[in-house]
Ligand binder design. Structure first.
Ligand SMILES: [Zn+2]
Length: 364
């Protein structure tokens, strides 16, 4: 069991403030093509016909006043900025398929640099303003971070003071981050909470904590109705993400029409990742450059995953890291340690429209 897996992050609607020496974020969205993911929107649930307004990059993070789960839910105060509304998860749950992707071990700084440099154009097209939100993970390695995320504690916005309204929350008296827009459930975790309202819950595993080879690696997958893992999906496979996407395509096309909560733990960023850097060998080992090359590899296959997830109904997606990792900073290597490069993670959530009806649809 590799313990070098850590916590995810999540970003909100507004890209983080950039230091003055940063080049401007890419703002334009390229025209849709077969190689581009569907155009996302942020925060506003979509009707089942999938009509969406693309994000304009000007949205700001939710600024909600926390409410007790024991009170009648009330939306956070949005009067100062109507565009700052968080998504109303009470409307999204039940009407949307839900995708949660953890880009395991992805560092915020690497993700941000690549987005700005245009090296991950398909992911950047999904992000407000083309930038990841900077967040703090609830854990420094995979197990801790995912336990927290599945309990409803996604990575915390790092660039503004809280409390921050949560998308999902188990009913918990005194919670200061459960808002009127939160999906509140009576089970201990989000996975079973979604199952209770009719979702099919499926885990596509990646790193060791999802490999089901021993008791510890079965805890997180065991939260789902269905879980999948094979060596082709794991950290040593240079084609792991393609295999995960192919599995997701089979899951979404198998005829089960229940609303779907699909979780994918992307293993490509996690060590070993040297095989994603052209020309590198195992003797070179993992580096910040090979970490970046692994994200470019993932970026190339993201559109297929999103196409699979929008096949039947609109999709609400959360894409983030569970923790970063150190490549020698201050003498540290790896994660499960308290360093800025470990705690700080990229985050985004967005809504995608359902795919257009095709000739395969039965005629009226
Ligand atoms: Zn991890």
């Amino acid at each position: 069991m590799n313990d070098q897996t850590a916590a995810p992050s999540q970003q909100m609607f507004e890209p983080p403030d950039q230091p003055p020496d940063q080049p401007p974020a890419p703002r334009g969205r390229t025209p849709a093509s077969a190689d581009q993911p569907p155009t996302p929107s942020n925060g506003t649930p979509t009707p089942s016909n999938g009509t969406l307004t693309p994000p304009d990059g000007t949205l700001t993070p939710p600024d909600g006043t926390p409410t007790s789960p024991d009170r009648t839910p009330t939306p956070p105060d949005q009067t100062r900025n109507p565009s700052s509304q968080p998504p109303d998860m009470r409307e999204i749950v039940g009407s949307h398929d839900i995708l949660m992707v953890t880009l395991d071990t992805l560092r915020f700084d690497v993700a941000d640099e690549l987005a700005v440099a245009g090296r991950t154009p398909r992911l950047a097209a999904l992000l407000p303003g083309g930038r990841w939100e900077r967040r703090h993970s609830p854990g420094s390695f995979t197990y801790a971070a995912h336990q927290a995320m599945f309990a409803g504690f996604l990575p915390t916005p790092a660039d503004r003071p809280g409390p921050h309204p949560r998308l999902f929350a188990a009913r918990f008296a005194g919670s200061e981050s459960t808002a009127g827009t939160s999906f509140v459930y009576d089970t201990p975790d989000l996975v079973s909470g979604l199952a209770e309202v009719g979702y099919r819950t499926v885990c596509v595993g990646g790193v060791g904590f999802f490999n089901k080879r021993a008791a510890l690696g079965s805890v997180l997958p065991g939260m789902f109705q269905e879980s999948h893992w094979s060596p082709e999906l794991g950290v040593t496979s240079p084609t792991s993400f393609e295999s995960q996407v192919a599995l997701a395509e089979r899951i979404t096309a198998d005829g089960d029409d229940r609303p779907l909560f699909l979780f994918v733990n992307v293993s490509a960023l996690h060590q070993p990742n040297w095989h994603h850097l052209p020309g590198a060998t195992s003797a070179d080992g993992d580096t910040r450059a090979s970490h970046a090359a692994a994200l470019e590899y993932v970026d190339r296959h993201v559109p297929r995953l999103l196409a699979a997830m929008t096949r039947r109904r609109p999709c609400f997606a959360i894409v983030c890291s569970d923790h970063g990792t150190a490549y020698g900073e201050d003498g540290h290597t790896g994660h499960r340690l308290g360093h800025e490069v470990v705690w700080t993670v990229p985050y985004a959530h967005f809504t995608l429209p359902a795919a257009a009806r095709t000739a395969e649809e039965p005629r009226a």
